[in-house]
Design a protein around this ligand. Structure first.
Ligand code: ADP
Length: 268
């Protein structure tokens, strides 16, 4: 078993996503002692910066970290990781640690969406959309930019909206044109935002239906912070969604938990 500097043993999980990088540092008792989420491309620079920031938060040097697991779309760009694992496995492990009752994990990231059916903390099967930005965080970022309304206001606006416009285009570029045309027609902004959230919920919900989803549901990834999407997705599924406080870092959390288990493996 590896031991860190001065007998202090920590592990790290680093999730290099398509639009954001996340790092979690954990002690031997599974306590998260620091975590960082920052915007960034899936590059080695991002991996090094996010890891350094997580270390700095606790005044640690890299010698304290005995095992590192990399994950995420850009996991090949964590050359200092001892091992890499898929986001599917890491999100499943992270969610099972936080909410053991969860049977369906929905991860909406910047560039893809995954629905994972979980049994006894393990991946039973999954469905993924990584071909099209519609139904992902990037689509929402484009809409936030066009409307000029920050995500932090979306939840309240969707809850109060008297209706929701229908956004028929599945392509992000055409959907953006549709939204611009609704703005020109003076459709109330809250109804446009409600329509965007409904469109996402419909797309993600359709993906979920491919795995015969069962409660409890957990939403992970940065889009879990978007209360408008949460509201509409929960309506579509007819169920509440469990959401961790640091939902965006669930994959990094799972990676750190896997690192903790792996540190006892013999080194070859
Ligand atoms: P990836 O792992 O693919 O990089 P993330 O899981 O980090 O993606 O999620 C990124 C997405 O999360 C962004 O595209 C954005 O839509 C959404 N997001 C991030 N922070 C927030 C926030 N504070 N409020 C609402 N949405 C957010």
């Amino acid at each position: 078993m590896r031991e860190g500097k001065n007998g202090n043993t920590y592990v790290a999980g680093i999730d290099i996503g398509s639009v954001a990088s996340k790092a979690v540092i954990m002690d031997e008792d599974k306590n998260v002692i620091s975590y960082v989420a920052m915007p960034g491309n899936p590059s080695e620079d991002s991996a090094r910066i996010v890891f350094d920031r997580a270390l700095e938060q606790k005044g640690l040097s890299p010698e304290y970290i005995v095992y590192i697991v990399g994950t995420g779309y850009g996991r090949v760009n964590v050359p200092f990781a001892d091992r890499v694992w898929t986001e599917i496995r890491c999100h499943t492990v992270g969610v099972h640690h936080l909410f053991p009752s969860v049977r369906t994990v929905i991860d909406i990231g910047g560039q893809d969406c995954k629905v994972i059916k979980v049994k006894d903390g393990k991946v039973e099967h999954f469905a993924m959309n990584d071909k099209c930005a519609a139904g992902t965080g990037r689509y929402l970022e484009v809409m936030e930019g066009v409307l000029g309304v920050e995500f932090s206001k979306w939840g309240e606006m969707v809850a109060k909206a008297k209706g929701a416009v229908s956004i028929s285009s599945t392509c992000t570029v055409f959907a953006e044109t549709e939204v611009i045309s609704k703005i020109t027609q003076r459709v109330p902004v809250d109804e446009i935002i409600a329509g965007i959230c409904e469109a996402i919920a419909y797309r993600v919900g359709q993906l979920a239906n491919r795995v015969q989803p069962e409660p409890d549901f957990c939403l992970t990834g940065g889009v879990a912070y978007n209360r408008g999407v949460v509201l509409k997705l929960s309506n579509f599924l007819g169920a509440d969604l469990l959401i961790a406080e640091a939902a965006q870092s669930t994959g990094a959390l799972g990676a750190a938990l896997i690192a903790l288990d792996s540190r006892t493996l013999p080194e070859n």
